[in-house]
Write a protein that binds this ligand. Structure first.
Ligand SMILES: [Zn+2]
Length: 207
């Protein structure tokens, strides 16, 4: 997983899921293969076969979330047992625009905003930030971007679920039960810190 941290996540790629597939650790001399994007079943099949034969494969797919990447692979014609035996994890990412630090302003959230902010995790109230725009941010209210992430790690139960062609929701529920934070939950961290707006996180994440 250390290698994930070394990845340069493309600024242009707003909806990527990074898949990591690797062989058993006893197969030493790990050779790394980077694939820009798996667009079809043939490329995906080659990538997963490479993983089974001693390569650490990093590849990207466009999906709504991390669990969606697993289903996408199967939809592309990859046998579920092959996905189950080669996939280590999926990191979904979105980029959110950061609020301009010069013109951002705090306000108390209203009822609807508070419910969205809590996202099922209790009703703690935080000030919300928005930015009207100023000369520094060219009147956009935003400056720069940050990533929000969702990391699905494949454990034994996930492997069984994938192997048995379980529904995407079941795979997601299992990962959530093991502590996986959704893209939206991760985004709320930035909203509460005043780094981005609630609107921005809602725009890039679906639940
Ligand atoms: Zn500004």
């Amino acid at each position: 997983m250390i290698r994930i941290a070394g990845l340069t996540l493309g600024a242009a790629a707003l909806s990527l899921s990074v898949l990591v597939a690797a062989p058993a650790p006893e197969k030493q001399k790990l050779q790394k293969v980077d694939l820009s994007e798996m667009r079809d079943g043939e490329t995906a099949g080659i990538a997963l076969q490479a993983a089974l034969t001693g390569h650490l494969v990093l590849a990207t797919l466009h999906t709504n979330d991390a669990a969606g990447a697993v289903v996408r692979l199967v939809d592309m014609g990859i046998e579920p047992f092959l996905v189950a035996s080669s996939l280590l994890g999926v990191l979904a990412q979105r980029l959110v625009r950061r609020l301009c630090p010069v013109c951002r302003r705090a306000h108390e959230p209203d009822g609807a905003e508070r419910a969205l902010l809590a996202n099922g995790n209790g009703g703690a109230s935080h000030p919300l930030f928005t930015a009207p725009g100023c000369e520094t941010c060219a009147f956009t209210g935003y400056q720069g971007r940050s990533g929000i992430f969702e990391l699905l790690l494949i454990d034994d139960e996930s492997r069984r679920l994938i192997h048995d062609r379980a529904a995407e929701a079941d795979l997601r529920d299992h990962a959530r039960s093991q502590g996986m934070k959704s893209l939206r939950e991760d985004g709320m961290r930035w909203v509460k810190a005043g780094e981005t707006s609630l609107e921005e996180v809602l725009r890039v994440s679906r639940e």
